[in-house]
Every structure is written in structure tokens, then in C-alpha cells.
Design a protein around this ligand. Structure first.
Ligand code: CAA
Length: 380
């Protein structure tokens, strides 16, 4: 087994590390407080190639492997998980989904702008009553010949108001259950599309999360993705890859918190010595480091499976399950190592602890990952 990163991997990782320190770190506390994410950072990330990393170069993408993508996700997430979720949704749900399953016309029209940061994408599956149970879509798209009429509400949509193009999953034939579901590309400017209230969140507060309403939105038939009835599989396949990105986000949140705790423990003195010299703290650091390394191996393995053309449903779900638990455990301990300072904003670890929780919820809760994992091991 070769665990060595290539020169290209190191270059892209270092570019993300540098960007996170110079561009994301300065305003991260304020963005969290004000619940806002500035558009100019999106463009800068597009210019650096972070928004369409795995997309084919002919549509403006980087044509990079999944390992490169998760290295970038980890580095951005160490500092700002609100920025990295935006990158994750645009890359692995929207761009990958369109690149893999879109028509040539759809790719030319939409993908080229999404990879550069000129436009941003959102993925709209969740509904007030269809979160984990994704087959129970209430949003409908009625076939009218050359177009569909879309009606319904989507909830907790990342990039909700900042996006320009929305991949919307909707029921086209209730009788057919999951085989009567389709995915559509919807443009923000279309009549009947309305951005609902912004969610007031515990963590990733700088990310832009909204509900969306569709009132008789006319969607041309050429904007359906794949064959009629492909929508549920489209959602499942894109989410399988998306889960690797969120696992990398969780890994980044954990390693960011660990690095802060390590540094702090070497500077802060108590009982006559730096606190890292107390076994109570040293053992915490040992546990954190070990858990993070295990998570890193799982995330890398899932990305490697994807790059090799192997099935990654199982390895991706396991990586997300483990890395998100690691993010929770490590950030709680990082706050503890910081003591009272850990509880105030300027030391960053309290934000990372709040951000960690969402990695156990979105793109499938930990319980959903266990469904995917148990079904996979029991079917053999
Ligand atoms: N790849 C391809 N096909 C798949 C698949 C996959 N990974 N997983 C399931 N399918 C197919 C099945 O083969 C089946 O097709 P057939 O009938 O042709 O055999 C069909 O889909 C239905 O599968 P299931 O019977 O397994 O469906 P289910 O109702 O039991 O649900 C589930 C399975 C795993 C629980 C699924 O509903 C699920 O993943 N739920 C969670 C949804 C989710 O992750 N939501 C997150 C929202 S997006 C988000 O968070 C983005 C963001 O903003 C950050």
C-alpha cells in the first residue's frame, strides 16, 4: 500500500491551507456571529479551482481525483466549515452529478459556469417531511408535454439564497414510488421560485441555509437529469460521493480543533509547567490524534475507492460515520483542553464544536449511514 501523496496532491493541499489562513481565518468569527458568507470568497475559491475540482476540464473543471478534493476539504474545514460545505455541495453534489449524468447541452449551459465560481449550485432533496426518508417526496413535477410544472417546498438547503442553479428532486408519479421521482435543473430567476426564510443555526452559521418554495415553476423537459424515473438513483449516487466530502469536512473540523488544542497546551501553564506536561492533557491529545488518524485513513480509503472505480457506498458511509463521531469527540475535548478560554469565541474551538454536529446530520444522519453499512454487510 502506498500512503504517499503525489506532488500535485501536496500543491493543491498547500494552496487550500494558504487560502484558509489568509482569506478565511480573518473574518471567520464575525461571519459566524452575523450568519453571513461574502460572495467575493466564492469567486476567489472558483479562481483557485476549488469549485469544480473533479469535473472534466472541457467544462472548466480541474479534472482532479477525489484525493485532491478531500485534501482541500480538510484544509478549508480546519478553519471555516461554513465555507467548506459550500465547496462540498457545489463539487460533489452539483458538479459531479451534472458531469456524470447530465446531457451535453446541460453540461455546456450550466456546468462551465458552476466550476469557475461565476455561478453557484444547490442540491434540493430534503423537505419538511422527507429528510432521512428521501423516497417520501411531496414536491411534485407534473408532466405537461414539453415541460413540467413544479410545486412544493424544500428545507435546509445549503447555498439556498446564494445559488443560481438548483438541482431539485421531485415526485412525478406517486404510484411508482421511488421510480416515479425525477431530478431537474431549476434557475433562480424563473417565475414561481421563491427563497424562503434563512435558518437560524447552531453551527456552520456562515453558510447560507434556506427553505425554498416552488409555485407552478415551469421547467423545460430538457432540464430533467437522466431518463424518466432516474431522480432517486441520481440523488443516492450523488450523495454517496457527497458523503466522502462531508467525511473530509468532519476530519478537517477535528484536526483544526486538535491543532489548536495542541498549540494551546504547549503555551498555557498550570501548576508550574505547560499543561501538555500533565498526563491528564497528554492522554487527551493522544486519544484525539489516534482518532483523527483512523478517520483520515477511512476518508482516504473511500476517496481511493472512488478514484479506482470501485464501489464506495460502504467505505464512504463508514468514513462519514466515523469521521463525524471523531469531529464531535475531538472538538469537545479541544474545548476541555482550553478550559475557560475554550468557551469563548476568540479561541475558535467552541465554533468548531458547534460546527462538528452538522456532520452527523446532513447528507444522511449517522443512523442513515448505519442503514447503508448494515445493508451492505448483510447482503453478502
Ligand atoms: N446508488 C444507486 N442506487 C441506490 C443507492 C445508491 N447508493 N442507494 C439506493 N439505491 C437504489 C436502490 O437500489 C433501489 O432501487 P431499485 O428499486 O431499482 O432496486 C432504490 O434506490 C431504493 O432504495 P432503497 O429501497 O434502499 O430506499 P430506502 O427508501 O430504503 O432509502 C436510504 C434508502 C439509504 C435510507 C435513503 O433514503 C437515504 O440515503 N436517505 C438519506 C437522505 C439524505 O442523505 N439526505 C440528505 C439531504 S442532502 C444534503 O444534506 C445536502 C446539503 O445541503 C449539505
Amino acid at each position: 500500500m502506498d500512503f504517499k501523496l503525489t506532488e500535485e496532491h501536496i500543491m493543491i493541499r498547500d494552496a487550500a491551507r494558504d487560502f484558509a489562513k489568509t482569506e478565511l481565518l480573518p473574518g471567520v468569527i464575525e461571519r459566524d456571529e452575523k450568519q453571513e458568507f461574502p460572495k467575493e470568497l466564492i469567486k476567489k475559491m472558483g479562481d483557485l479551482g476549488f469549485l469544480g475540482m473533479m469535473t472534466s476540464p472541457e467544462y472548466g473543471g480541474g479534472g482532479m481525483d477525489t484525493i485532491s478534493y478531500i485534501l482541500v476539504m480538510e484544509e478549508l474545514s480546519k478553519i471555516d466549515a461554513s465555507a467548506s460545505v459550500m465547496v462540498s455541495v457545489n463539487n460533489s453534489l452539483v458538479c459531479w452529478g451534472l458531469d456524470t449524468f447530465g446531457t451535453e447541452e446541460q453540461k455546456k449551459k450550466y456546468l462551465s459556469k458552476l466550476t469557475t465560481g461565476e455561478k453557484l449550485g444547490a442540491f434540493c432533496l430534503s423537505e419538511p417531511e422527507a429528510g432521512s426518508d428521501a423516497t417520501s417526496q411531496r414536491t411534485t413535477a407534473i408532466d405537461k408535454g414539453d415541460h413540467y410544472i413544479l410545486n412544493g417546498t424544500k428545507n435546509w438547503i445549503t447555498n439556498g439564497s446564494s445559488a443560481d442553479y438548483y438541482l431539485v428532486i421531485a415526485q412525478t408519479d406517486k404510484e411508482k414510488k421511488h421510480k416515479g421521482i425525477n431530478a431537474f435543473i431549476v434557475e433562480k430567476e424563473w417565475d414561481g421560485f421563491e427563497i424562503g426564510p434563512k435558518e437560524q443555526k447552531l453551527g456552520i452559521r456562515g453558510s447560507d441555509t434556506h427553505s425554498l418554495n416552488f409555485n407552478d415553476v415551469k421547467v423545460p423537459k430538457e432540464n430533467r437529469i437522466g431518463e424518466d424515473g432516474f431522480g432517486f438513483k441520481f440523488a443516492m449516487k450523488t450523495l454517496s460521493g457527497g458523503r466522502i466530502g462531508i467525511a473530509a469536512q468532519a476530519l478537517g473540523i477535528a484536526s483544526g480543533a486538535y491543532e489548536l488544542a495542541l498549540d494551546y497546551s504547549k503555551q498555557r501553564k498550570a501548576f508550574g509547567t505547560e499543561i501538555c506536561n500533565h498526563q491528564a492533557i497528554a492522554f487527551k491529545l493522544a486519544d484525539m490524534h489516534t482518532q483523527i488518524e483512523a478517520a483520515r485513513h477511512m476518508v482516504m480509503k473511500a476517496a481511493w475507492d472512488k478514484d479506482q472505480g470501485l464501489n464506495y457506498d460502504l467505505s464512504g458511509a463508514m468514513a462519514k460515520l466515523h469521521a463525524s463521531q471523531t469531529a464531535m469527540d475531538v472538538t469537545v475535548e479541544a474545548v476541555q483542553v482550553h478550559g475557560g478560554n475554550g468557551y469563548v469565541k476568540e479561541y475558535h474551538v467552541e465554533r468548531l464544536m458547534r460546527d462538528a454536529k452538522i456532520t452527523q446530520i446532513y447528507e444522511g444522519t449517522s443512523e442513515i449511514q448505519k442503514i447503508v453499512i448494515s445493508r451492505s454487510i448483510l447482503k453478502d
